[in-house]
Design a protein around this ligand. Structure first.
Ligand code: NAP
Length: 275
């Protein structure tokens, strides 16, 4: 029940109506019997500071931050080491004006709990050099995994390598794939309801049977890349794991208590399958 003492959390961004964060957090609150509620607010580019001040005025406890505010928010908060390097924030402790990024840590926790028990010494090829690619690449590299980036823009690719203190690798995608244990699609290629719907970043003959394939997209749950990977006998994972685990990392930071992973997973999968 919502009472006077109920604590309020929210996700802010634009667009926001499709966000799964309210479903994830409200399920977790209910399961943990926390007197909290989690809302979604559409906040436009350029309004991060106003939104933070409003959150303080209204006594909100925590915020999740999504497109297009992640960088703007990083410019007005005290930051974790990861957020300083990435210049990006997805989780805010409102009262202390502290921001961090849980995407990379979420990816790594998910990977080590559901794919392979250790990241170190595995070779990851990350396709894309945007926000998700950089946060996942940085976190993998800090856990001693070997990271290569493939991007269509050489300047952005070089900058992504600089983040992990490496020089750019060979630019040939087939060479990079031949060295990889894990391929991660960190582009929107294959995402539903975009110009990239129905497309795959790799062709069938680029997908070796022993390559682990991860698509950070979760809409649809089985992307064209996932379909090709499965047909070729590769292990395939969609982006749901990372989505839920980045929320788990944020929840544990907000409450210092265990996140009800099993229940949240069940509710989110049911929701997406019934869409
Ligand atoms: P972003 O910052 O906009 O980066 C997108 C990246 O994709 C950029 O490197 C961009 O290259 C590249 N790209 C776009 N179109 C391309 C094309 N046609 N060919 C080659 N490269 C292309 O976006 P983001 O936030 O990193 O998100 C990337 C993907 O990850 C999205 O699908 C998003 O849904 C997913 N994601 C999932 C989670 C999760 O929890 N599962 C979390 C975050 C993001 P340029 O810079 O050259 O344009």
């Amino acid at each position: 029940m919502v009472l006077n003492k109920t604590d309020v959390y929210a996700v802010i961004g634009d667009p926001i109506s499709h966000s799964l964060s309210p479903l994830i957090f409200n399920t977790a609150f209910q399961e943990c019997k926390l007197s909290c509620i989690y809302l979604a607010f559409q906040i436009k580019k350029g309004q991060a500071k106003d939104a933070l001040n409003a959150a303080k005025t209204f006594g909100l406890k925590g915020l999740s931050v999504t497109m297009p505010l992640k960088e703007e928010m990083a410019n007005i908060l005290a930051l974790s080491e990861a957020s300083k390097k990435l210049n990006s924030v997805n989780t805010v402790l409102v009262e202390s004006s502290y921001g961090t990024s849980t995407d990379g840590e979420g990816f790594c926790q998910w990977f080590e709990s559901e794919v392979k028990s250790k990241i170190d010494n595995l070779n990851f090829l990350i396709y894309g050099t945007g926000g998700a690619a950089r946060s996942v690449g940085l976190a993998i590299s800090e856990k001693k995994g070997n990271v290569s980036f493939y991007g269509r823009d050489y300047g952005k690719t070089k900058a992504a390598y600089e983040l992990i203190n490496k020089s750019p690798d060979n630019k040939d995608i087939n060479y990079l794939i031949s060295k990889a244990d894990v391929f991660v699609n960190a582009t929107p290629i294959g995402m539903s309801a975009t110009a990239f719907e129905g497309r795959s970043p790799l062709t069938r003959d680029q997908l070796r049977k022993d390559l682990i394939v991860v698509d950070l997209i979760y809409h649809p749950l089985l992307t064209p890349l996932g379909k090709l990977a499965k047909e070729n006998g590769c292990e395939f994972y969609n982006g749901l794991g990372m989505l839920i685990f980045q929320a788990k990392v944020a929840f544990e930071m907000f409450f210092n208590q265990e996140f009800p992973l099993k229940k949240v997973k069940q509710v989110v999968v049911n929701h997406l399958q019934n869409q």
